[in-house]
Design a protein around this ligand. Structure first.
Ligand SMILES: [Zn+2]
Length: 253
């Protein structure tokens, strides 16, 4: 089993390896390139940012990859380091003036990821030195076996009806299922568009949101038949939150 690789590494070795990485970071900080001081550069590291910084509150275990991946991805995007995980920023040659900066950032991200893994998982990936490889390895190992869970959530979603529930409780119930589904099969994060996503991924997100609106409307009790058919005829279909607000308003009128 891949997750049991290097079973002989103990906590002591793990700590000393992390300290070693810390030292590499400190040394390379002394040689910072001017470019790396540009905060817009993916090579920028804030002087206060050191190895051992915990970026997210969640720890990767064997069964929470999706949730962990989303949180880590967001944290790294905030740090402008996505190009290290998707491999767009390849290691420059040793003669390249950016070589040190690349090494420093790579080490920072590897360390941040290591600090967010459970001890067993951390031990098993301790010898992976590049972000891209580490990210791919974790994905290969833990992003699987979720098809049953997804199918169960979808069945639960399609079976959801308002029934005896209040509109708010019914809406909350659906939202919970959608959030879980989103963790298991998210629309991929867009790494191309700047600020607002306007590519094909935004079309996929719209499709998903529209189908949620339709699902919500179809499960409502018959007392909402009128508002339901009014909304279904609208083009484009309004946002989920405003549909929910309209239904609540109808209930109270
Ligand atoms: Zn986009």
């Amino acid at each position: 089993m891949a997750s049991e690789a290097n079973p002989t590494i103990d906590l002591q070795t793990l700590r000393s390896r992390l300290n070693q990485l810390n030292q590499m970071q400190l040394n390379s900080n002394r040689n910072q390139q001017n470019l790396a001081l540009e905060s817009v550069s993916p090579y920028f590291l804030h002087p206060r940012e050191s190895l051992g910084t915990t970026l997210i509150a969640i720890e990767l275990e064997h069964n929470n990859y999706q949730v962990w991946e989303r949180a880590m991805w967001r944290a790294l995007r905030e740090k402008n380091k996505i190009m290290f995980i998707n491999g767009l920023l390849r290691r420059p040659t040793q003669e390249d003036p950016l070589f040190d900066a690349w090494e420093r950032c790579n080490t920072f991200v590897v360390s941040s990821i290591n600090h967010s893994l459970s001890l067993n998982i951390a031990k098993s990936v301790l010898w992976i030195n590049t972000v891209e490889e580490l990210w791919r390895e974790l994905k290969q190992r833990y992003c699987q076996g979720d098809m049953c869970k997804i199918a169960a959530l979808e069945e639960e979603m399609f079976a959801s009806k308002q029934g005896e529930l209040s509109v708010t409780d019914y809406y909350t119930q659906l939202k919970t299922i959608w959030e879980e589904l989103e963790n298991f099969c998210p629309v991929p994060n867009c790494s191309r568009c700047i600020d607002m996503c306007t590519c094909e991924l935004s079309i996929m997100r719209n499709y998903r949101e529209e189908s949620q609106v339709v699902r919500f409307l179809r499960g409502l009790s018959d007392q909402f038949a009128t508002v339901r058919s009014q909304i279904m005829l609208m083009k484009p279909i309004p946002k989920l939150e405003s549909v929910f607000a309209s239904v609540l308003q109808q209930k109270n009128s």
